[in-house]
Design a protein around this ligand. Structure first.
Ligand code: ING
Length: 314
C-alpha cells in the first residue's frame, strides 16, 4: 500500500539586515507557487525565515532585538503567505521568531508552525535545543546568541495527524540530537520537517569545512532510518551580510537515503513524492520499538544531563 504526499523543501537564500519582511514574504510566496506548480501539497520553509539570522549579532537594546520577532502569526506581512497557500490548497511549515504574552509576562521563542491546506495552524513547536552561548563573545567573527534571545521551547516534541499522515516538527540544532527523532518516533511520526540556519564554518573549533555538510546530513539520515520516518529539511543559505550559511536542503527517505538535495545556496525548491507507508517495514522489523527496545537499560538518558565517567582504574 502506498500513501503519497508530494512534499517540497523551499530553501531560502540569504536574508540581509536591510531586507524587510514584505520582500522576504514575496520570495516565500514565489517559492510556494513554484512548489505548487510542481505538484507539491506541503511546502517546508526554513527556520527564522522572515529575517536575517540575527542571533549572530550582539544586541544590548531589547527594542532592537524585538524588531526581529513576530507578535502575531499570521501577522500583517505574513497574512499574504497564508492567503496564497490557502488559495492554492497547499500546507506549509514556517519558522520565525515569536514574541508572546503568556502567564502575564513576555516570552520569546524560536518556533515553527505547521499550517494545513485550509490555512489553519495545526501545530506549533518551539525550539528546545538552543546552541551557542548567552554571553557576548567579543573575540570571535560572529556570535551565536540563541540562548540569550530565546527561551527553551516549552511545547515538547509533538507529532500531529495532518496532511494525511503523522507529521512532526523540530528545528535546526534539534536535528543533531537523537532524542529529538526518537521522541517523535515513539509517536509514530511518518515525516519530520525542519528548517536550519547553519554557519558555514565552526567558530568554536577549527574543523575542516566539509564536515559542516557531512554532519548536517549525518544526524538527519540517522534519525530518519532509526525511526522509519521521512525527513524534509530546508536551509536558509548563502552569505547574509558577509556571514555564510550552508545550503544542503534535502529530503530523506525512511531508509536514510537522500532522495532530493538542493544544488545552490539560494532560493531553490526541491520536491519528492513521499510514500508515507515506506517506513512501515522499518517500524515493523528492525526498529519495531515495542518488540526490541529495552527501556529498563536506558535510564541514564533522562536521569542524567552531562557525562559522569567511571571511577578508579588507571
Ligand atoms: N544552527 C547551528 C546548527 O545546529 C551549530 C548551530 C552549527 C551548532 C554547527 C553546532 C555546530 O546547525 C542553529 N541555528 O542551530
Amino acid at each position: 500500500m502506498a500513501r503519497y504526499l508530494k512534499v517540497a523543501a523551499a530553501q531560502l537564500g540569504p536574508v540581509h539586515l536591510a531586507d524587510d519582511r514584505a520582500s522576504v514574504v514575496r520570495r516565500l510566496i514565489a517559492l510556494l507557487c513554484e512548489a505548487h506548480a510542481g505538484g507539491a501539497e506541503l511546502v517546508v520553509f526554513t527556520e527564522l525565515a522572515l529575517t536575517t539570522f540575527f542571533p549572530r549579532y550582539w544586541m544590548g537594546d531589547q527594542a532592537e532585538i524585538d524588531a526581529f520577532f513576530e507578535r502575531r502569526m499570521p501577522g500583517p506581512e505574513t497574512q499574504a503567505l497564508f492567503d496564497e497557500a490557502k488559495r492554492l490548497g497547499v500546507g506549509f511549515h514556517l519558522g520565525y521568531a515569536e514574541l508572546a504574552r503568556e502567564g502575564g509576562r513576555t516570552r520569546r521563542f524560536n518556533p515553527a508552525i505547521l499550517v494545513d491546506r485550509g490555512g489553519e495552524i495545526v501545530g506549533k513547536y518551539r525550539k528546545i535545543h538552543l546552541p551557542g552561548h548567552a554571553e557576548h563573545r567579543p573575540n570571535v567573527p560572529f556570535q551565536h546568541l540563541e540562548k540569550r534571545y530565546f527561551e527553551v521551547g516549552d511545547l515538547g516534541f509533538r507529532a500531529w495527524r495532518a496532511m494525511g499522515g503523522i507529521m512532526g516538527v523540530c528545528i535546526c540544532n534539534d536535528r543533531r540530537w537523537p532524542e529529538t527523532f526518537r521522541v517523535l518516533g515513539l509517536q509514530g511520526v511518518e515525516l519530520v520537517m525542519l528548517g536550519y540556519n547553519t554557519p558555514s564554518f565552526n567558530v568554536a573549533h577549527d574543523e575542516p569545512v566539509h564536515l559542516r555538510m557531512f554532519h548536517n546530513h549525518l544526524g538527519m539520515q540517522a534519525g530518519a532510518y532509526q525511526n522509519g520516518t521521512w525527513v524534509v529539511a530546508a536551509a536558509k543559505a548563502g552569505e547574509e551580510d558577509g556571514h555564510g550559511l550552508i545550503g544542503g536542503s534535502c529530503i530523506i527517505a525512511p531508509t536514510g537515503e537522500i532522495v532530493a538535495r538542493a544544488l545552490s545556496e539560494d532560493d531553490e525548491v526541491i520536491a519528492y513524492a513521499c510514500d508515507l507507508d515506506l517506513g512501515d517495514y522499518i517500524k515493523s522489523t528492525i526498529f519495531n520499538f515495542e518488540q526490541h527496545r529495552r527501556i529498563e537499560h536506558y535510564g541514564l538518558i533522562t536521569r542524567q544531563t552531562g557525562v559522569v565517567p567511571p571511577e578508579g582504574g588507571e
